[in-house]
Ligand binder design. Structure first.
Ligand code: TYD
Length: 222
């Protein structure tokens, strides 16, 4: 059996990833390809506990290194439990965030630098690389605006508090945004950069086009 296809979605909070991953999953379903959809942090029982620790705004004083180590602990579990078995079974895996997020948020945002993150990725994740990464990067102003709206909405609801990152200052998000651009410029074969303030339909069209192309190359097209 041929190996599956590993597709990741990346972008800032408020970039529209969640909407797009759902649309992409439906698009694949309509083509008879049932993807495994997962997210990071989270996606396994252990990962959900790690996610709660990482995103809860009551987790104050998390050192940047702790934060990065927890992201990798979550990822190691997801690779072992979900991603590798699915790829080995020939499935398409759609993952909402992967190591590019750690490079952008911890490497860029928390200023730990790229090299450390890439070294950890080698060590902990066996350097597993996505076959395709869709990076949604509307302007920083739009991301900040949407993230703030969401923050207000979440704060108004009861339920699990997942606000810790969304309480970060604009300077943090600027560093994340710039690091994402740097990663995209470095890895043009793997990453499709979807820039600008496009409509949901326009972004979906670009995603569908990129995925269709990769499916043909990988021999998954029907
Ligand atoms: P989530 O609610 O999943 O955000 P989104 O819907 O925007 O993807 O929260 C994930 C948060 O965790 C998000 O702010 C980015 C952050 N994060 C990191 O800082 N490093 C990482 O390696 C990952 C995977 C996520």
């Amino acid at each position: 059996m041929s190996r599956g296809l590993f597709i990741t979605l990346e972008g800032l909070d408020g970039s529209g990833k969640t909407t797009q991953i759902k649309r992409l999953a439906a698009w694949l379903q309509r083509r008879g390809l049932s993807p495994i959809v997962t997210r990071q942090p989270g996606g396994t029982a252990t990962g959900d506990s790690i996610r709660a620790l990482l995103l809860d705004s009551r987790s104050t004083c998390l050192a940047p290194m702790t934060e990065m180590a927890l992201m990798f602990a979550d990822r190691a579990q997801a690779i072992a439990e979900v991603i590798e078995p699915a790829l080995a079974a020939g499935k398409i895996v759609l993952c909402d965030r992967f190591t590019d997020s750690t490079e952008a948020y911890q490497g860029g945002g928390r200023q730990l630098g790229s090299q450390l993150v890439l070294d950890m990725h080698h060590l902990i994740c066996g350097n597993l690389q996505p076959d395709l990464t869709l990076l949604l990067l509307p302007s920083l102003a739009v991301c900040l605006e949407r993230a703030r709206h969401r923050n207000d909405r979440v704060a108004a609801q009861s339920g699990p508090d997942e606000n810790r990152f969304e309480q970060e200052q604009d300077a943090f998000y600027r560093r994340v945004w710039e690091k994402y651009r740097e990663i995209a410029a470095r890895d043009t074969d793997r990453i499709v950069l979807i820039e600008g303030n496009l409509t949901i339909d326009e972004v979906h069209e670009q995603i569908a086009e990129a995925v269709a192309e990769r499916l043909i190359t990988a021999g998954h097209a029907r």
